[in-house]
Design a binder for this molecule. Structure first.
Ligand code: 6R9
Length: 663
């Protein structure tokens, strides 16, 4: 079977940067020139410029033992010092670091001086609880300032955090605590979600309780509990401590000690296609270099004037790199929001943008599409004129959602950066540079300066302009994962074995399908497991979904390949109709037939869905990625598989109940 992915969609719109934007842009075309003339010297230069090293490094990359890389190996730095103290020392202590907005509308404004002071106390507190450099600390918190304080205080003492998303169950938390052998767990009584307090502490209690086949003892000595929800909690004396009481007693002064560049910084668990979650390991100097570099250049950050907002939860890599480390290393002022986009009303995000004058906004296509579904009336009630740059991450953004984002949210002028990267890559790898690149709706476009990527066939051969295949990273990069916690074999097998012996290799295999257009711009086509094979043509789910959403009636869609006797696989689409077009759609005699023909016209008869199902929800993970595996179960008439990682576990029932079928 060929790995060539047949690409049929055409997109000719181009948006060159405005002169005004280009004139003030941080990034310049020269960055590409410097990086391509000497890639390693470029990263060394960026690292020295962006970070404060306590002991300067003399080596940049050591790739003598692939796939294990070290960057800036003989240098020493303190990550928290770089995110905090040095900004205060430079006279920016009064700059706001966090505009925190609680879901019920309570707020906290925290300056760099205040954040530094809080992190110093927390560092002393963690040390007094027996946490030493190299020890692991689990963080299971809502989006409150203490989440960021905890991450930075752990980093400050050279310990390693493992943030577990607050929506995960007691079992997921337990397996992550056990795998990392965490000594300390930091949690809250509860946090606000959709107008209600959602308790967190009971999950920690359940995770640490002995039961079933679990070992009797965990490695956890203490649980620190932030008071947020004011809900009743159970208490284990000797183990549990209130954050506010303990922090008040902690010493205020704390000198940040330097640690080696390769000191582990965090573990973040991400689910693989099979087996238990992988603990992705990131270290200090290289990670902070690339997150700071990309945050500054991809988001055109002017730290004195910009108000930046990334909507990701700190439980995901986007929250680590573009809420905590990148922005704070760069001294940015940012918004941190506790709740959901629609609480207490569907305009909450736009209200927050208006309130704080947000100028740079970074979110996910799934959020954009759900706002599209509700219509432009809601954002139009707010003043969004402060926005000057928009970012997208997490999934391919289809051209229609891109255009809506630009027009309705970006006031027809804000450049959009579609950023491709992964938990494993640590930081942005492929993206336009605002002010430099002419943007294209739907394409993530070009590797950032200093990053080497390609699209290859199954044998590792470059497909070249116009070709489709697999996305690979062909050279090591500063923020690359350093391994899978406790499992070096799995690290090699999962990411490196496939392209180990190829010319110019080894290459890092990302697991994404991609194509290069005639300008060599990159188009992401979805995970390789999602690619369909219809009569020998490899079709991308992302492209057919794009075509469906380009129909004025369609708000969201998900496409899967279902087994088919004649064609091998057949295209099956799940579609949500926009609220504003429900009447029009129900007036059509054969709406699903119309949508099938539409896809046929947009990309060709081969892509025409065998079936279209109208639904009012799609199954998504908590980080907003569509779980196509479950839809494939429905399309093939099987019992629906494991739904435990869905954000809303009832959604599959709703889908199977409400499906309207046509063939
Ligand atoms: C940052 C993040 C990684 C996977 C990745 C790819 C998809 C992320 C994307 C994108 C198309 C983009 N992905 N950004 N696909 N265009 N701009 O999301 O990390 O949760 O590890 O997911 O997400 O499939 O392989 P993570």
């Amino acid at each position: 079977m060929s790995t060539q992915i047949d690409s049929l969609l055409h997109e000719d719109r181009r948006f060159p940067p405005s002169e005004e934007f280009a004139a003030q842009a941080i990034a310049s075309a020269e960055l590409y020139e410097r990086a391509s003339s000497d890639r390693l010297a470029f990263w060394a230069e960026q690292s020295r410029e962006l970070l404060t090293w306590s002991k300067p490094f003399t080596k940049t990359l050591d790739w003598s033992n692939p796939p294990f890389a070290t960057w800036f190996d003989d240098g020493e730095l303190n990550v928290a010092y770089n995110c905090l103290d040095r900004h205060v020392e430079a006279g920016n202590g009064d700059r706001v670091a966090l505009h925190w907005e609680g879901e019920p509308g309570d707020t906290r404004t925290i300056t760099y001086a205040e954040l530094t002071a809080e992190v110093k106390r927390a560092a002393n507190l963690f040390t007094s609880l027996g946490v030493e450099a190299g020890d692991r600390v689990a963080i299971y918190l809502p989006m409150i300032p203490e989440a960021i304080v905890s991450m930075l205080a752990v980093a400050r003492i050279g310990a390693v955090h493992s943030v577990v998303f607050g929506g995960f169950s007691a079992d997921s938390l337990r397996s992550r605590i056990d795998d990392a052998e965490a000594k300390l767990v930091i949690t809250a009584d509860g946090g606000y979600r959709k107008g209600k307090v959602s308790a967190l502490k009971p999950a920690v209690d359940a995770a640490l309780a002995s039961r079933g086949e679990l070992p009797e003892q965990t490695t956890v000595d203490h649980v620190l509990v932030v008071r947020r929800g004011e809900n009743e909690v159970e208490w284990t004396t000797g183990r549990d401590l209130w954050w506010h009481e303990a922090i008040a007693e902690a010493e205020p002064e704390h000198d940040a000690q330097p640690f080696p560049a390769e000191q582990p910084l965090f573990i973040l668990y991400t689910s693989g296609t099979t087996g238990k979650p992988k603990g992705i390991l990131h270290t200090s100097g290289g990670y902070l270099t690339q997150t700071a570099f990309t945050h500054k250049n991809v988001f055109d950050l002017h730290p004195e004037t910009d108000v930046y907002w990334c909507t990701a939860d700190i439980g995901w890599i986007t929250g680590h790199s573009y809420v905590t480390y990148g922005p704070l290393a760069n001294g940015a002022t940012q918004v941190l929001y506790e709740g959901t986009p629609d609480a207490p009303h569907p305009g909450r995000w736009w209200e927050i943008i208006e309130k704080y004058g947000v100028s740079i906004f970074y979110t996910a296509p799934t959020a954009i599409r759900s706002f599209m579904k509700l219509g432009r009336k809601i954002p139009k009630q707010f003043d969004l004129s402060s926005l000057r740059l928009l970012g997208s991450v997490g999934e391919p953004i289809n051209p229609e959602a891109w255009m809506w984002y630009r027009k309705i949210i970006g006031n027809k002028v804000a450049p959009i950066v579609d950023t491709w990267w992964q938990t494993e890559t640590g930081a942005i790898m492929v993206s336009a540079l605002p002010g430099v690149t002419s943007t294209k709706p739907g394409s993530a476009q070009v590797p950032i300066p200093g990053i080497a990527i390609d699209v290859v066939d199954d044998a590792g051969g470059a497909v070249g302009a116009g070709g489709g295949g697999l996305l690979v990273v062909t050279e090591p990069w500063p923020s690359m994962l350093r391994g899978i916690w406790g499992d070096p074999e799995r690290f090699k097998e999962t990411y490196w074995e496939k392209f180990w012996d190829v010319e110019g290799g080894p290459f890092y295999f990302a697991g994404d399908g991609a194509r290069l257009d005639s300008d060599r711009d990159v188009w992401l086509l979805g995970r390789v497991d999602d690619v369909m094979n219809v009569s020998g043509h490899r079709l991308s789910t992302a492209e057919i979904e794009s075509a469906l959403v380009a129909n004025e009636m369609v708000a969201e869609s998900a496409v899967v390949g279902a087994a088919d006797e004649t064609t091998g696989q057949a295209v099956v689409a799940f579609v949500i109709i926009k609220e504003s077009h429900l009447e029009q759609a129900s007036g059509l005699a054969d709406i699903t037939g119309a949508l099938r023909s539409w896809v046929g016209e947009q990309i060709g008869p081969i892509a025409r869905p065998r079936e279209v199902y109208l639904v009012n929800e799609l199954p998504k993970t908590r980080s907003g990625k569509i779980m196509r595996r479950l839809l494939r179960d429905v399309a093939e008439g099987r019992e629906v598989g494991d739904t435990t990682t869905l954000a809303d576990t009832t959604v599959m029932q709703i889908i199977t109940d409400k499906m309207v079928k046509s063939t």
